[in-house]
Design a protein around this ligand. Structure first.
Ligand code: NAD
Length: 435
């Protein structure tokens, strides 16, 4: 099949590369000239494990191309994916200007039947808006399908190539056949392609992300209560996660969720609810609790230093919103670092992949080449991302480098007994402080 992917970010590049891998002819379109120039040179502008092998192979074999020209991209396309940003607008709703802008342009460009597939996360009713925007100028038949994406950054290629399920919103029989044949190679093990109407497909994506955000947030509140009652949230996690109705995943307590999806999608669903006159109370709580949770360690750090962080050096391990990505959108580390700097502290930081992105917005941070270099002469360590390399560090070396053996761990990486044995002062989330 000939496929155009409009928007070549985390979702678009993975979508384009993976569909090239299943034998399709793919052209990815992006307005960012610098990004397209890098892609055309064979450089991947994001960090996504495993993407490079597929990317190189499909460029080499001529199935994956890049352009800034939308007209060139859609000229022969049988399907056009929209993988464009939907950032939060001022009122919390998803901003559709990128999607509708491209839809307007498509209307004037289409000269044959094509299936336009919305892969971006968009509020209920967007497929109808996209259809109307294209129809204003279109002289040919076309279908608009809602096909939300469920990939996770960090394991995006695996998620895309072997999805748990594919959700497709369409009432067109023709579009349904196109979608079935497009996804057939990815669901050979029998995972379902679930067809529904467009509005339900749009809601499915928000329901999934909001439910996951709710699960994390619920566990974070259990952790907060554990601290008060003297219980250990790790034990609670093991105790409830083994119940198959609850499941083991998304139960790790910490300093809140971030990323480019959960915060904006929860906010957008709350906005949709209020637009339709429904008071979605659990969503409101999720947002409020998560905002507080992200800042949870700051008062503890401040109290430890008797309210005076001026002149202190705080080492930070982990900047990305989660491991295996360079994505720092809404990462809890950022808000914490800004607060530390505002309180007069110096921040030294290390992240295996995300430092270049943070440098652009927080140049005053001292970025280090290794995790240990960040500790050199620092007064304390704060941990914000659970990169595996932070899990079993050389504690003796850490103790020697740090001025004080104190760790504020937002991701519960270490065993309490181990920290006590090693003589660290150790604060984590939902567990008794060791000091
Ligand atoms: P992104 O910001 O990484 O990529 C978007 C790309 O679109 C950018 O490269 C940008 O330059 C390009 N773009 C903007 N306007 C354009 C235009 N007019 N023409 C061509 N290109 C244009 O975003 P992303 O993380 O890939 O997310 C895209 C959508 O997918 C969002 O709606 C997001 O909510 C959803 N989503 C994201 C993830 C994720 O993990 N990142 C997962 C599932 C769904």
């Amino acid at each position: 099949m000939k496929i155009a992917v409009v928007g070549t970010g985390y979702v678009g590049l993975v979508t384009g590369t993976c569909f090239a891998e299943t034998g399709n002819q793919v052209i990815c379109v992006d307005i960012d000239q610098n990004k397209v120039a890098r892609l055309q040179k064979g450089e991947i502008p994001i960090y996504e494990p495993g993407l490079d092998v597929l990317f190189d192979r499909n460029i080499e074999e001529g199935r994956l191309k890049f352009t800034t020209d939308l007209a060139e991209g859609v000229k022969d396309a049988e399907v056009i994916f929209l993988a464009l940003p939907t950032p939060p607008g001022e009122d919390g709703s998803a901003d559709l200007k990128y999607i509708l802008g491209v839809a307007n342009d498509l209307g004037t460009l289409l000269d044959h039947y094509v299936v336009i597939i919305d892969k971006s996360t968009v509020p209920v009713g967007t497929a109808e808006k996209v259809r109307a925007a294209i129809a204003k100028n279109a002289i040919v038949e076309f279908d608009v399908v809602s096909n939300p994406e469920f990939l996770r950054e960090g394991v995006a290629v695996e998620d895309f190539m072997k999805p748990d399920r594919v959700v497709v919103g369409t009432t067109s029989e023709l579009a349904k056949k196109v979608m079935e044949s497009l996804y057939a190679p990815l669901v050979r093990q029998g995972n379902p392609v679930i067809f529904m109407d467009e509005r339900s497909a749009e809601m499915t994506k928000y329901a999934a992300n909001s439910f996951l955000a709710l699960k994390i947030t619920f566990m974070n509140e259990i952790a907060n209560l554990c601290e008060k009652v003297g219980a250990n949230v790790d034990d609670i996690r093991r105790g409830i996660g083994t119940d198959s109705r609850i499941g083991k995943r998304f139960l790790f307590a910490g300093i809140g969720y971030g990323g480019s999806c959960f915060p904006k999608d929860v906010q957008a669903l709350a906005k949709t609810s209020s637009d339709y006159g429904y008071d979605f109370r659990t969503l409101k709580s999720v947002m409020a609790v998560n905002d507080d949770q992200k800042k949870k360690l700051l008062p503890i750090v401040s109290e430890y230093f008797e309210g005076d962080l001026a002149g202190k050096t705080i080492a930070v391990w982990g900047l990305a919103f989660k491991p295996y990505t360079d994505d720092i959108r809404e990462a809890p580390a950022l808000e914490n670092i800004k607060a530390l700097l505002a309180a007069g502290a110096k921040v030294t930081a290390y992240d295996p992949e995300a430092m270049d992105n943070v440098k652009k917005i927080l140049p005053e941070v001292a970025f280090c080449h290794t995790a240990y270099a960040a500790l050199d002469d620092a007064d304390a360590l704060m941990i914000f991302t659970e990169w595996p390399q932070f899990r079993t560090p050389d504690f003796e070396k850490m103790g020697n480098l740090l001025k004080e053996k104190v760790i504020f761990d937002g991701r519960n990486l270490y065993e309490l007994s181990q920290m006590a044995d090693l003589g660290f002062t150790y604060y984590s989330v939902g567990r008794e402080p060791q000091n």
